[in-house]
Design a protein. Structure first.
Length: 435
């Protein structure tokens, strides 16, 4: 985790003290269940809670023990015994390390998902607000980077709103899928521990029992979780790249907010660069970088190996922390985005009416011209305009073959900008409902 791109709320989920606190809770809840089943003395379970519930675990001491034992869970249990005393011998009865590690990881991933869902709500709120603000602000739509037909800036934002709505739905599903608990013993058979212990721990930790585990919780669940984060990151980058293109000097239809005292270049004082959007592109790449390891972690030897472990120690914190920062940054970027309707109109007019070429084409076919002939008539008048050699409307009016099918008034009718925007309300209702 890089402090520059880390918010404290997400970072705290992955801190060693938090991890050890979760480990303790798993062990203590398991002890409660074991006590109720008569496997260990009830007093032992009460002592575990009484002596360690409010303890601050000594991270340095645990690290010291691990340097000798070469085993993180044993190091923790040894330190816990130093706090609890003789009754600690009843802790971890019938359990294996993965019961603690995997259940803890899933607790952390669900907590991280909750923060990310809140972040998505912020992004959605910003997009909705700005979409309605610019619902009917006309701008040029582009395909292949080339002027196509008119849209509105509100539609661009509504498109992103729908995209992030799907992102939220996917993350809700991914959270549910990863929110499982395994307290099933060495190879998942419950030979040394009653399944009712797992049920008790799962309920206490806000999870559900894993239907069948080996020594690990199946990693296809985690693969889906991190893949979902990767897709969300791609959505972040998609809108970031759109803003970067719109901020280009020769376009300048929108740009990032430039604060008082901000500087864009160490060499050129005039520069106002899309640094936030570019930053989001880079952060999105890092989130996606963890998708492949997550997919590869699905493949483990037999009932367990630890080839997944080292990757997860990095990808869990890094992917969630990075996406958390990116989503919050994106919400602020959208909320403060500077929009220039006059420049949008200027760009709309830049090709001298060529954006209406399809309407002219269709009008000709409606009047009896074949599609092939209509296309040739429109294109031969469009190409001079493309080269800067005239006005599309005037050239069409002067074309004798075009005039065989369309009057001047009928040609002019095809240049109505409002025609392109007549279904904006319908699209908005589909995206936002009746609000």
């Amino acid at each position: 985790m890089i402090p520059r791109y880390t918010r404290p709320e997400m970072a705290s989920i992955w801190e060693p003290q938090t991890r050890f606190k979760i480990w303790f809770e798993i062990e203590a809840h398991a002890a409660d269940a074991l006590a109720e089943l008569g496997t260990i003395p009830r007093e032992a379970a009460r002592t575990v809670w009484a002596k360690a519930k409010d303890a601050t675990f000594d991270v340095a001491r645990i690290d010291e023990i691990e340097r000798e034992t070469k085993h993180d869970v044993i190091a923790f249990l040894t330190h816990l015994a130093e706090i609890v005393g003789p009754e600690a011998r009843f802790v971890h009865q019938g359990m294996t390390s993965s019961d603690v590690l995997d259940t803890c990881l899933n607790v952390q991933l669900t907590r991280a998902a909750d923060l990310l869902l809140a972040d998505l709500d912020k992004v959605l709120a910003a997009l909705k607000k700005r979409a309605f603000e610019h619902k009917m602000t006309p701008t040029i739509g582009r395909s292949h980077g080339i002027h196509a037909e008119p849209v509105t800036f509100g539609l661009k934002l509504a498109y992103a709103y729908a995209e992030f709505t799907r992102a939220k739905e996917r993350l809700v599903a991914a959270r549910k899928e990863v929110a499982t608990c395994a307290i099933s013993g060495a190879v998942g058979t419950f030979a040394q521990i009653d399944p009712r212990v797992e049920e008790r721990v799962a309920k206490a930790m806000g999870l559900v029992p894993e239907p069948i585990s080996t020594q690990v919780i199946p990693r296809d669940r985690h693969a889906m979780y991190f893949s979902t984060l990767g897709v969300i990151a791609s959505s972040v980058e998609r809108i970031a790249v759109e803003i970067r293109h719109m901020q280009r000097t020769e376009v300048l239809e929108a740009e990032e907010f430039f604060s008082e005292g901000q500087k864009g270049s160490s060499a050129m004082p005039h520069k106002r660069n899309p640094v936030l959007s570019e930053n989001l592109t880079g952060l999105s790449r890092m989130v996606r970088a963890y998708v492949t390891p997550a997919l590869e972690n699905v493949v483990l030897w037999h009932e367990r190996d630890i080839s997944h472990s080292s990757a997860e120690r990095m990808m869990g914190p890094d992917a969630t922390v990075t996406l958390d920062f990116a989503l919050v940054r994106l919400a602020g970027l959208i909320d403060k985005l500077l929009v220039y309707p006059a420049n949008m109109q200027k760009n709309l007019d830049r090709l001298g009416g060529l954006v209406h070429s399809q309407r002219v084409l269709l009008a000709l076919t409606q009047k009896g011209a074949s599609r092939e002939d209509a296309y040739k008539l429109v294109q031969r008048n469009a190409m001079p305009v493309w080269r800067g050699e005239g006005d599309f409307l005037q050239l069409l009016k002067k074309d004798a073959e075009v005039k065989k099918y369309l009057t001047d008034a009928e040609i002019e009718e095809q240049f109505d900008l409002g025609y392109h925007l007549k279904h904006v309300d319908t699209i908005f209702k589909r995206v936002f409902g009746e609000s």
